[in-house]
Design a binder for this molecule. Structure first.
Ligand code: HEC
Length: 136
């Protein structure tokens, strides 16, 4: 019994360390722009964000152009949400209000910064809706 309590404490400790490590977004260090876009071409990280959006079918609830359906317009949400709030919402969801959590999706957890970059570009009106290609 005592042993299992110790294990739980150790796991909680490990997850908060991981969380803290994830808090410093590497992609925004050294003045690197959040995204680069030319027409329908975007940098590889932002393209990975778009692919994540497609693979997880966020459009089922937020609309193909992020304009909102059963879920809110992310064009509007990204104008007011901080990046930290965005990540929290993606990881934990708001299950009681119809937003699933995606902590179990490795594609999402690996691409939180990229998803944010893609949706921020959409919200800024800089990235066009629909299919994107890689900007070399
Ligand atoms: C099953 C439907 C559904 C799916 C799939 C879904 N969402 Fe949501 N989402 C919602 C709903 C409903 C809300 C509003 C929750 C609330 O009222 O607080 C929401 C809220 C959000 C918010 C917070 C918006 C705000 O203004 O507070 C973000 C960001 C978001 N979703 C992003 C995503 C992304 C990215 C994906 C794909 C990985 C996704 N959602 C998939 C239904 C969905």
């Amino acid at each position: 019994m005592r042993g299992s309590i110790a294990v739980v404490v150790a796991l909680l400790g490990a997850s908060s360390v991981l969380h803290a490590a994830g808090a410093a977004p590497a992609s925004q260090s050294e003045g690197k722009p959040l995204y680069r876009v030319e027409g329908n071409k975007v940098d590889p990280d932002t393209l990975a964000g778009w692919k994540t959006w497609r693979a997880l079918a966020c459009d089922r609830c937020h609309g193909a152009r992020q304009e909102g359906l059963v879920g809110p317009s992310l064009i509007e949400s990204l104008k007011v949400m901080t990046k930290e709030q965005f990540k929290e919402t993606l990881l934990h969801g708001r299950p009681e209000r119809g937003m699933p959590g995606f902590a179990n999706s490795q594609m999402v957890t690996n691409n939180l910064d990229n998803l944010y970059a893609y949706l921020k570009g959409r919200s800024d009106g800089k990235i066009p809706p629909g299919r994107l290609e890689e900007l070399k």
